[in-house]
Design a protein around this ligand. Structure first.
Ligand SMILES: Nc1ncnc2c1ncn2[C@@H]1O[C@H](COP(=O)(O)OP(=O)(O)OP(=O)(O)O)[C@@H](O)[C@H]1O
Ligand SMILES: [Mg+2]
Length: 290
């Protein structure tokens, strides 16, 4: 691939750096030879079609899955992330798409769930003060921290989930489809929040299907296609059409252009021009040549 990738030689210090990350589930190659760099104070959007490997990548970074191969560097040190606790201890927080909030508990209770200050005797006032502090830093529009989560809007819930992940003082925060279920105003609120995270110097990884959101808030957009890197663009130098072409494979060679039209499960072995055969389970993607 000839598209630019931030790396240690480019002068930009990555807080998180992946090389050659590969993960299979049985015969399914979910990720193959993935590179990813995220710098402090940078918002990197990861985009890709269904099954492109986005969630698998998030799960590797959050300690849900171990990669089969490849290296992960965090703060310039090689690390392994064998479980979710080790991800948090390193400073990688993930806000999963389902948010994992408890509807019947209020904002404070959700923020401190499982990590109450002074577990033996909950310090209500300290938790309330800390809650307001956090929400204020995020410019969050939450009417009260004593109301149940069930009565908040989707954007407000997303805010609470993000605020909760900040309690561990992470260096990298991963947001999985943070605006997927939101209306226009709530989306704007969450995108503002992403900007606050960048201002705080966090590295932000945002999974998204929405080109408008990506263009509005991301510094860089990384395209995954069929489990491989298929483009790494600086936002502002790329059009939504170019990104979509990389997502769908419209800019790939004829073989992948043909396979992109069909359901992955129906793909048969493909004979390539050089006479080799690609596996039926997972056609090798050809990188965008641009
Ligand atoms: N636990 C698993 N067991 C078996 N196959 C899996 C597992 N998790 C993911 N896969 C497969 O790996 C590939 C990548 O899936 P992944 O969920 O990472 O894609 P995605 O980009 O998040 O897609 P979507 O946009 O639909 O959420 C898919 O072919 C999927 O079926
Ligand atoms: Mg997914």
């Amino acid at each position: 691939m000839t598209t630019p990738t931030l790396d240690r030689t480019s002068g930009t210090t990555s807080i998180l750096s992946l090389r050659g990350v590969t993960k299979s589930f049985g015969a399914v190659a979910a990720l193959t030879d993935i590179s990813l760099d995220v710098a402090a104070g940078e918002v990197v959007a990861i985009v890709g079609d269904n099954g492109a490997g986005k969630s698998t990548l998030v799960k590797i970074l959050s300690g849900v899955h171990l990669p089969d191969a490849g290296t992960i560097e965090f703060d310039a040190r090689p690390v392994s992330i064998p479980n979710p606790t080790s991800a948090l201890n390193l400073g990688i927080a993930t806000v999963f798409q389902d948010l994992a909030l408890c509807d019947n508990l209020n904002v404070i209770e959700n923020l401190f769930l499982g990590q109450e200050l002074r577990p033996a005797r909950l310090d209500d006032i300290a938790m309330e003060v800390r809650s307001w502090e956090l929400l204020r830093q995020l410019s969050a529009k939450i009417p009260s921290v004593r109301i149940p989560i069930a009565s908040l809007s989707g954007g407000q819930r997303q805010t609470v989930a993000i605020a909760r992940s900040l309690l561990g003082d992470p260096k990298v925060i991963i947001l999985d489809e943070p605006t997927a279920a939101l209306g226009v105003a709530q989306t704007a609120e969450v995108l503002n929040l992403v900007e606050r995270l960048r201002e705080r110097g966090l590295g932000v990884i945002m999974i998204s299907h929405n080109m408008a959101d990506v263009q509005a808030v991301a510094d860089r957009v990384v395209v995954l296609r069929l489990g491989r890197n298929n483009g790494d663009y600086k936002v502002g130098t790329v059009t939504p059409e170019e990104i979509i072409a990389a997502i769908t494979g419209a800019t790939d060679n004829a073989v992948t252009r043909r396979t992109s039209q069909v359901d992955l499960r129906s793909i048969q072995p493909t004979t390539l021009p050089d006479g080799t055969t690609e596996p039926a389970e997972y056609p090798t993607d050809k990188e965008v040549d641009r």
